[in-house]
Design a binder for this molecule. Structure first.
Ligand code: GDP
Length: 297
């Protein structure tokens, strides 16, 4: 289960605190030490942990929480609020273009769940907005990638624009966008090439596609199971591309929490959606407050 270890350790720290009749500054420090270790153990970025602990401590001491009623309860509340803030405070909706189509570019490393997530997003738009999305298949390096997109698209009845693997991806995107204009699709979702790791050629290609398509959204898909690697990946893509958001996949797995808790703070970019399963319906809007409550258990 996701966050299992983290939740357990946070709850233990809180329970210990609640059992105390009064809470001294030393007790607070001890709790914060346990929280810090729990977060580090969950693979949360070191600086994010440091800032988080400092913020909770400053608030708890500043507001005279320790002398007030129910100090332990107040501290739990502050921890919950600061976890929420660390993950971005509020849900951030999809950017939409004033005139159709809204262009969404999907990026991510191979295996992160990019193609699956493109399908989930298209289905969400269909179901919730009665939208008519279209995919552009711009991953020309693996023939299997186009097949996979075709399969996903077929399962949710969304058209795919593709020109096989012998055409330059930028040209594919250009022609695909033309077709979307003609056919009045209200969303275009561009599935770009994934690699095993960030390399310059891939980034150049993504930048070229982005320069041509001028997407309303550039969504980076990252695998929550990879913890700090997901954060580094997001940082790396964000250096070259104007990411507008992140989609965190595989939150149904036993991810420790590091990616969910670090990405926003490290990259400054919001997590917009989370993938919570392999089915096409398993995509949810990311709500930082709900995620904080889930982590606290
Ligand atoms: P891509 O290489 O980035 O396009 O990745 P794929 O879309 O092919 O996904 C890789 C694998 O991850 C597939 O087996 C997907 O079913 C799986 N996957 C994607 N998102 C999720 C998710 O949210 N939860 C789970 N459990 N599996 C996922």
């Amino acid at each position: 289960m996701a966050f299992e270890g983290l939740t357990e350790r946070l709850q233990n720290a809180m329970t210990k605190l609640r059992r105390k009749p009064t809470v001294s500054e030393a007790d607070l420090r001890e709790t914060m030490r346990e929280i810090r270790l729990a977060l580090l153990e969950a693979d949360v970025n070191f600086k994010v942990v440091k800032d988080f602990v400092k913020q909770v401590q400053t608030r708890a001491i500043g507001a005279d929480v320790l002398k007030g009623l129910n100090p332990a309860q107040q501290i739990v509340k502050i921890v919950n609020e600061e976890l929420t803030t660390t993950m971005g405070t509020e849900a951030v909706p999809l950017n939409k273009s004033e005139k159709i189509p809204t262009i969404i570019m999907m990026a991510g490393l191979q295996g992160a769940g990019k193609t699956t997530t493109a399908g989930k997003l298209a289905l969400k738009l269909k179901n919730e907005e009665n939208a008519r999305p279209m995919f552009i298949a711009a991953d020309v390096y693996r023939p299997a990638a186009i097949d996979q997109l075709e399969q996903v698209a077929k399962s949710i009845d969304v058209p795919v624009f593709q020109l096989g693997t012998d055409v330059d991806p930028v040209e594919i995107v250009r022609q695909g966008l033309e077709q979307a204009q003609e056919q009045h699709n209200d969303y275009v979702i561009i599935d770009t090439a994934g690699r095993l790791q960030i390399d310059e050629k891939l980034m150049d290609e993504l930048v070229n596609i982005s320069n041509l398509a001028k997407p309303d959204e550039i969504l980076l898909v990252v695998d929550a199971m990879t913890g700090q690697n997901a954060v580094e990946t997001a940082d790396g893509f964000n250096d070259k591309l104007e990411l507008t958001g992140v989609i965190l996949t595989k939150l149904d797995g036993d991810t420790r929490g590091g990616a969910a808790l670090s990405i926003r703070a490290v990259t400054g970019k919001p997590i917009k959606f989370v993938g919570q399963g392999e089915k096409m319906t398993d995509l949810d809007v990311f709500h930082p407050d709900r995620m904080a409550s889930r982590i606290l258990g």
